[in-house]
Design a protein around this ligand. Structure first.
Ligand SMILES: [Fe+2]
Ligand SMILES: [Fe+2]
Length: 188
């Protein structure tokens, strides 16, 4: 089972790289889950982490990359387009039954979009950010990103009905809203 949190206190880039690895593992959890309830739980957890991760990038990391790295605008605009595409794929995925063949087919495509996006971030954006910013600044930025993990505090208890989970946790769009609120508060 994958840990929901990355506990690194290192810089923001290392922290986000760690989350990329976790996201890949969580896709595997959704694919390999046995039964509808387990798959739905794994899918909720994946969406929580994606909400935290992408919101942190959009609010904390991309603005700095835009400002501080050469060609930042072009690089960040491309990342935002990829993130937008991934969000649209996820919105479609959320409307499907997790037990259906359509869900699994759409999940494979969504995973490829997300993993490809993560690799581009690492190679085109993160490395340069790490090079341009000093370590103290990178460490400071990790605080806001860590704060956002509060929206995914624990793994749901075994036996929790998937219906209840959906009521409590809501769709991806509302997870994004909650992550935004927490990061805004942490950045003040
Ligand atoms: Fe991203
Ligand atoms: Fe990312």
């Amino acid at each position: 089972m994958v840990e929901t949190f990355v506990h690194s206190t290192e810089d923001v880039v290392e922290f986000l790289r760690g989350q990329h690895n976790q996201i890949r593992d969580m896709f595997d959890d959704v694919v390999h889950a046995s039964g509808a309830a387990a798959r739905e739980t794994a899918f909720v957890e994946l969406r929580q982490l994606l909400a935290v991760h992408e919101t942190a990038e959009e609010m904390v990391v991309h603005p700095r990359a835009r400002r501080d790295i050469d060609g930042g605008d072009i690089i960040v605009d491309a990342r935002l387009r990829e993130e937008h595409e991934a969000k649209e794929q996820l919105a479609a995925l959320e409307r499907l039954d997790v037990e259906s063949a359509e869900f699994m087919a759409a999940l494979v495509i969504f995973k490829a979009t997300v993993v490809d996006h993560a690799e581009r971030e690492e190679s085109e954006e993160f490395d340069r950010l790490q090079h341009e910013l000093d370590p103290a600044e990178l460490k400071l930025m990790v605080a806001a990103v860590q704060a956002a993990q509060a929206i995914a505090p624990t793994r749901p208890h075994p036996g929790v009905e998937s219906k209840t989970l959906n009521v409590v946790i809501g769709p991806f769009a509302s997870m994004l809203d909650r992550a935004r609120d927490i990061i805004s508060a942490a950045m003040r």
